[in-house]
Design a protein around this ligand. Structure first.
Ligand code: AMP
Length: 398
């Protein structure tokens, strides 16, 4: 068991807190503050314990000097200050005298936010390469390390996995602990039937999680763009739908090996180009999409079939939309899945991934799910059983 915030003494300590403030920004505006909001309970708790905060986060990827202009955390410091109704001092550097002085001068209850940790990637990939010197340097700024950046914890970066090697104490923040506890339930001692729904654009992006779920779940509903690689492997016509030719042999093998588990859509909503147009539908008697048309969602017969399967589940894991849910005309499948899961009140249901969560939010169904994971990529890594360096690096409870 890893230490959590509750296990460490915080009074008068300088807490180095790694969060995931990787928020969407457009035209100098934060488009969605969810990731900031998610870290607030941890931040407030630390401040209430009369500790001070040195906050670290990444924002996007930094490959050139030019990237720095649009990927500064200055705007996030302002927003965090508004949310907390409290001063958040932004230090526009990742190391150097200004950083050291600000950290040294911190008094209990005060907060500083350093510049985007990935600015260090222009310095020989120090952050994403988990540079030891950098980790040691950041660790030297405070007394204890708290990781609340679930969305970044599948990466062995200096600010995530490196710092806790050099602080006297380390712990999981509330968000991180909550994620791990809920996701563990999916892998450990879950009730059957276990139904997984995996969607999204490509098979290759989610091949490992599919494989894991084919082994542990009772049914795996394969939806979204990735279903077409499987449909094609079965010899169906898929028109110009998205698919991956090089994954066809693998899809064939899976369909053979896990034929009792894999459930594919039985009808499609399609149109003649990648656009938000009124759909045409195939049906279960003829699922083939005509030449020149592309499938952009599952159809009503699939929704009905999936609804029945989901209704009988005791454990549900969902990641990825059933279609191009960004288009009004092709959101029905994703919505249908969200509704089916919400209607199953007996099941333990976990959802992760941007588009699935957006669909749930649009329906106002947040409370109807057992757990909504904030980190799409990280939750997938966790489920497929990969190590989480940001989690592993935290000290165990005594
Ligand atoms: P992912 O990030 O892998 O969960 O994939 C999400 C993306 O998959 C969304 O942007 C959807 O628009 C896309 N997607 C889902 N179904 C389809 C489809 N049938 N054709 C093309 N793109 C799709």
């Amino acid at each position: 068991m890893k230490k959590t915030l509750m296990d460490i003494k915080l009074c008068n300590k300088k807490v180095i807190l790694r969060v995931d403030f990787n928020v969407p920004i457009a035209n100098d505006m934060i488009m969605d503050t969810k990731r900031i909001d998610a870290a607030i309970p941890t931040i407030k708790y630390i401040l209430e314990k009369n500790a001070s905060l040195i906050i670290l986060s990444h924002l996007g990827r930094i490959k050139t000097e030019e990237d720095k202009k649009t990927k500064s955390l200055a705007i996030v410091a302002k927003k965090l200050s508004e949310i907390l109704n409290k001063e958040v001092k932004f230090i526009p550097f990742t190391r150097g005298e200004a950083v050291e002085q600000a950290a040294a001068n911190l008094k209990p209850g005060e907060i500083i936010l350093l510049e985007n940790t990935r600015f260090e990637d222009l310095n020989n990939k120090a952050e994403s390469g988990n540079d030891d010197e950098l980790a040691k340097y950041w660790a030297s700024l405070g007394d204890v390390f708290v990781n609340d950046a679930f969305g970044a914890s599948h990466r062995a970066h200096a600010s995530v996995a490196g710092i806790p090697k050099y602080t006297a104490e380390s712990a999981l923040g509330f968000l991180m602990n909550n994620e791990v506890e809920h996701l563990e339930k999916i892998l450990d001692g879950f009730k059957r039937p276990f139904v997984a729904i995996i969607g999204g654009a490509k098979v290759s992006d989610k091949i490992k999680v599919l494989e894991k779920l084919f082994h542990v779940a009772d049914k795996v509903l394969v939806v979204g763009g990735m279903a077409y690689t499987f449909q094609k492997a079965l010899g169906h016509q898929i028109g110009t739908s998205i698919y991956e030719e090089d994954r066809i042999p693998m899809a064939k093998q899976y369909l053979e090996e896990f034929k009792d588990k894999i459930v594919l859509p039985i009808d499609n909503a399609y149109t003649d180009e990648f656009a938000d147009k009124t759909p045409l539908f195939t049906n279960k008697n003829n699922i083939d999409i005509p030449e020149g048309y592309m499938g952009l969602d599952i159809g009503p017969q699939s929704i009905e079939l999936f609804n029945d399967i989901i209704a009988s589940a005791k454990t549900i894991f969902w990641n990825g939309p059933a279609g191009v849910s960004e288009f009004k005309n092709f959101e029905a499948g994703t919505k249908g899945i969200a509704i089916a899961i919400a209607n199953n009140k007996d099941a333990y249901s976990v959802v992760g991934g941007g588009d699935s969560v957006t669909a749930i939010n649009k329906l106002g169904y947040q409370s109807k799910f057992s757990f909504i994971s904030t980190g799409g990529g990280a939750s997938i890594e966790f489920i497929q059983g990969n190590s989480m360096p940001g989690f592993e690096a935290i000290q165990d409870k005594e």
